[in-house]
Write a protein that binds this ligand. Structure first.
Ligand code: GLP
Length: 245
């Protein structure tokens, strides 16, 4: 779906999430959300916070799993996805603290594999993700599943591409050496198992990768292209990101 601007698009996505949360509330069930970081989802979170404050939308039945976190990364660091999620959403709504999960960037190396397995097991025990929100990297990554990630890839520690690290340089004082070389990411297979997937992209800089992901071949060289094979996936873009379609 192509919207005039990111604000209008974000309102529509936030409404879909809010409707799902409310529907699950009526059924007396949890709403299991897969959440994303990056600049793209900020306007969606802002709209959800507004709905909480002005319309009484409650997050008490929400259980969320974030896609990824840099490694290594302290949860309180400026660039941490823990901090991002608290600042953009969690600190402003009534989600219980024990209900949100984000990969930990402070784990010792030898504890990462077990952590990743239990992260997936927690999602499975809840019946899987009801809804997965995604952004897209300039190289077609989803979460931090870089090109080369297979459709059956599991949650794991990933080496970041040079282009991904270069794109993040502004968050790290303009010094490439300060951008972590690795990240923990939810695997492609868990993303594809979500019952609904919505990917966001704004601006001209995403136009080419959006066209490739939507109209190109399904290939591990562009992990977002796997979403063509999902039966309930929507790409939400603004006019500028749609120019190459
Ligand atoms: C990072 C995140 C991705 C995100 C991407 C795009 O690499 N790990 O999940 O989709 O950035 O970010 P932005 O939305 O700022 O363009």
């Amino acid at each position: 779906r192509i919207f005039a601007d990111p604000k209008e698009a974000s309102k529509s996505v936030a409404k879909e999430i809010a409707d799902l949360i409310r529907q699950k509330q009526k059924e007396g069930k949890n709403c299991v959300l897969g959440l994303a970081t990056g600049s793209s989802p900020k306007t969606v979170y802002a709209e959800l916070v507004r709905m909480h404050k002005e319309e009484g939308l409650s997050f008490k039945n929400v259980i969320s799993f974030n896609l990824d976190e840099y490694y290594p990364m302290e949860p309180d660091a400026i660039q941490s996805y823990w901090r991002f999620m608290r600042e953009q959403l969690f600190d402003h709504v009534d989600i219980p603290k024990e209900n949100y999960f984000i990969p930990l960037g402070t784990l010792p190396q030898n504890a990462i594999a077990e952590f990743c397995n239990s992260y997936e097991a927690k999602i499975d025990a809840l019946g899987g993700l009801d809804f997965q929100l995604l952004g897209i990297g300039g190289n077609g990554h989803i979460g931090f599943n870089e090109p080369g990630s297979l459709a059956n890839s599991r949650t794991r520690l990933m080496m970041l591409d040079h282009s991904t690290r270069a794109a993040a340089i502004g968050d790290f004082g303009g010094e490439l050496i300060k951008v972590p070389k690795k990240a923990i990411t939810l695997g492609v297979s868990k993303i594809l198992q979500a019952k609904r997937v919505v990917l966001l992209a704004w601006g001209e800089r995403k136009a080419e990768v959006i066209a490739q992901a939507v109209e190109g071949r399904v290939t591990e060289h562009l992990p977002a292209s796997y979403l063509q094979q999902h039966n309930n996936c929507l790409f939400v873009v603004d006019m500028a990101a749609a120019t190459e379609l």
